[in-house]
Design a protein around this ligand. Structure first.
Ligand SMILES: [Zn+2]
Length: 355
């Protein structure tokens, strides 16, 4: 077998490949069932594959599908590593691969979860009022219209492109993708309370990270930046210990707060509260963001997806085309793309395991 990951066509195929690779690597696998089902009636769940001593001082967590559809890439990278590189792991380190943190989104080929919630807008402080986004309120009906006819797509896209011309792309990106909490059928919606995957993650970490002194987290994403390029993005600001530790492990890590990253600054991403997940440990989180297609194409796929699930029929005749559009925006099925993503993952995980 060659050392190239391969994207799976569906969630059940990806899940089976991951579990087989974890078994072959000698990992202990625990499954946490999700209450809902996938588009073919398949069961859904988070699979956790662990290698190394339970009481290890250093724990490395690799997480796929925080944004469901982005998990096709993350799953392929996890599976490939378990198949061909598990033997290179330092034996005193505990390596935990969390497969499909948002299994519903991965199975249904959506970035969001079963509540149309973006998991990385859901980790806000729910004891406080949700953040407001007045600029999004003003364009919500334009971003996700009630009708998705060819005429409506053209009209609303032209209006959004006019907004890009007026506001500039960075502001439109910030308004649309920064997070909103008032439009449950909209895009980048953060929800009204901690969602299933959020609650699971907090509980799993509370149950499993008590002995750790150091926790390094690699969260795998796609959809921003140049094709096949993996940018390392930290949620913390330069000067904060979480950022400085990340920059020591991975010298080209960027902060989303420094203005030079491909990501807009956003509220509610889970890496930003990662230190709460293991309060006795030194936590060092990083996201790898792999580029696919341009930002407008990505946004068009998310608008179509939000319309399908908010106003259309996710099991109806238009569903397959929308799912194919979302898949293409977040996982390029040209084998050269996942091959281009692979070396960066190896390098990042190697630094995490040996650094
Ligand atoms: Zn993502």
């Amino acid at each position: 077998m060659t050392d190239h990951p391969a994207l799976s066509a569906t969630y059940p195929i990806a899940r089976a490949a991951f579990r087989a690779a974890a078994d072959a690597a000698g990992a202990t696998v625990h499954t946490f069932e999700h209450p809902l089902r996938g588009p073919e009636g398949e069961s859904l769940g988070i699979d956790v594959a662990e290698l190394g001593p339970r009481d290890a001082a250093t724990v490395v967590l690799v997480v796929s599908a925080t944004h469901g559809v982005e998990g096709y890439c993350g799953s392929a990278l996890q599976t490939q590593w378990l198949t061909h590189h598990a033997g290179e792991r330092p034996h005193q380190v505990r390596l935990v691969n969390i497969h499909a943190l948002n299994p519903y989104g991965m199975a249904w080929v959506r970035r969001v979860n079963e509540d149309n919630v973006d998991l990385n807008r859901n980790f806000v402080d729910w004891s406080q009022p949700a953040p407001s986004n007045a600029d999004y309120d003003g364009i919500a009906d334009l971003v996700v219209p009630a009708e998705w006819t060819a005429d409506e797509q053209q009209r609303t896209l032209e209006a959004l492109l006019a907004l890009v011309a007026e506001w500039g792309f960075p502001k439109v990106q910030a308004v649309v993708s920064g997070g909103q909490y008032a439009h449950p059928k909209g895009v980048f919606y953060g929800g009204t309370e901690p969602v299933w995957s959020h609650r699971w993650l907090r509980q799993w970490c509370a149950d499993n990270l008590g002995d750790a002194q150091r926790v390094i987290i690699v969260d795998l994403h796609t959809g921003l930046g140049p094709w096949g390029h993996g940018e390392l993005i930290a949620s913390a600001a330069p000067g904060e210990p979480m950022f400085d530790r990340a920059a020591a492990l991975w010298p080209d890590a960027k902060s989303m707060l420094a203005g030079d990253s491909v990501s807009a600054t956003l509220a509610g991403d889970w890496l930003n509260i990662a230190d709460q997940l293991a309060p006795h440990a030194e936590v060092t989180p990083i996201c790898i963001e792999y580029g696919t297609v341009d930002g407008i194409t990505v946004l068009q796929s998310l608008r179509a997806d939000a319309w399908l699930h908010g106003h259309g029929d996710p099991t109806g005749p238009q569903a397959a085309a929308v799912r194919a559009q979302v898949r293409a925006a977040f996982a390029d099925d040209d084998p050269a793309w996942i091959a281009a993503c692979w070396p960066r993952f190896l390098e990042v995980l190697s630094a995490a395991l040996h650094g």
